[in-house]
Design a protein around this ligand. Structure first.
Ligand code: ATR
Length: 283
């Protein structure tokens, strides 16, 4: 093979929808920074075609895949081997070919924790943490949050039964309380993380008053050019600090890049450039 003519190693994100994915831009920025050849595409995959599309991509020499909604659970079932964090999350957002087959990993939890702790300088250890939501997004980050050893972790969900089931699943990893939003009345938390999809439809979970103290930090795992309803609620309730999930997006991408390329990109400049790009109206 003539290596001078070889095309750059192929990477992609599979999702549906996927048109607004920022992953191609983020990974190209990492590749430029690290001076590594890389092609990275966003690929719209039909649900019925997911397994065949993954197999085809790797049979064609693909070097790594990111998996986004709604395929993270299917990717979990498809992987031949799983990292511990993917096994616990029961979801895979990163696939890579190895000698023992397709390896599945999940970089969402480490992405969230790195953004909160390393980028924003927030504390999780010994803090009272509230997680809103009990879907795949919350399941994906629970293990890594519990590893930070909060004093207490509470999951609140519109359907309380789902929060209770999740808490039971993770009970071996720390103290996890669970219930509906009305059960939060009278409680206050140091860190509130919105892992619901409510922001997508411009909604806010029904949060009681007096949930925050004067040092509370609020994090929305969603991001948008404008502050989300949850971020506006946090500001109105005098949160000490408020952040969206753009940093999590960049950090989870950096961890995937590291798994594939063995090199850790610097995330700060890429996050700053992405924020400027989104503020300029790019989607
Ligand atoms: P994801 O994989 O993004 O987590 P999901 O599994 O569909 O998606 O979960 C969405 C979460 O957002 C759920 O916790 C959902 O609450 P229910 O389990 O009660 O459905 C929550 N959610 C969505 N819209 C909401 C809203 N308007 N208010 C409160 N919670 C909402």
């Amino acid at each position: 093979m003539n290596h001078a003519d070889a095309s750059p190693p192929k990477f992609a994100v599979f999702g549906n929808p996927v048109r607004h994915s920022q992953s191609p831009w983020i990974h190209r920025a990492f590749a430029d920074q690290c001076d590594l050849p890389m092609q990275y595409r966003a690929v719209l995959v039909e649900p019925a075609d997911f397994a065949a599309s993954v197999a085809g991509f790797f049979a064609d020499g693909g070097r790594g895949l990111n998996i986004t909604l709604p395929f993270k659970q299917q990717a979990f079932e498809l992987a031949d081997t799983l990292s511990e964090r993917a096994r616990v999350a029961r979801a895979v957002n990163t696939l890579l070919p190895t000698a023992s087959g397709l390896a599945g990993d999940n970089t969402d939890g480490i992405g969230l924790v790195r953004d909160m702790v390393a980028n924003l300088g927030w504390h999780i250890r010994d803090k009272r943490v509230l997680l809103l939501g009990a879907g795949g997004a919350v399941r994906g980050v629970l293990e890594l949050l519990l590893k930070e050893q909060p004093a207490q972790l509470t999951i609140a969900n519109r359907s309380p039964g789902k929060a209770v089931t999740l808490a039971q699943d993770f009970a071996g990893l720390g103290v996890v309380a669970a219930g509906g939003y009305e059960q939060l009345a009278g409680d206050s938390f140091d860190l509130v993380i919105n892992g619901t999809s409510a922001s997508l439809s411009g909604d806010l979970p029904p949060l009681p008053d007096a949930l925050l103290n004067d040092r509370s930090c609020c994090y929305d795992m969603m991001y948008a050019a404008e502050p989300t309803p949850f971020m506006r609620w946090a500001a109105q309730n005098a949160a000490w600090a408020v952040a969206d999930g753009l940093g999590m997006l960049v950090e989870q991408a950096a961890e995937s890049f590291y798994l594939w390329q063995g090199v850790r990109p610097q995330t700060g400049p890429v996050l700053a450039a992405l924020r400027t790009r989104l503020a300029g109206g790019a989607s």
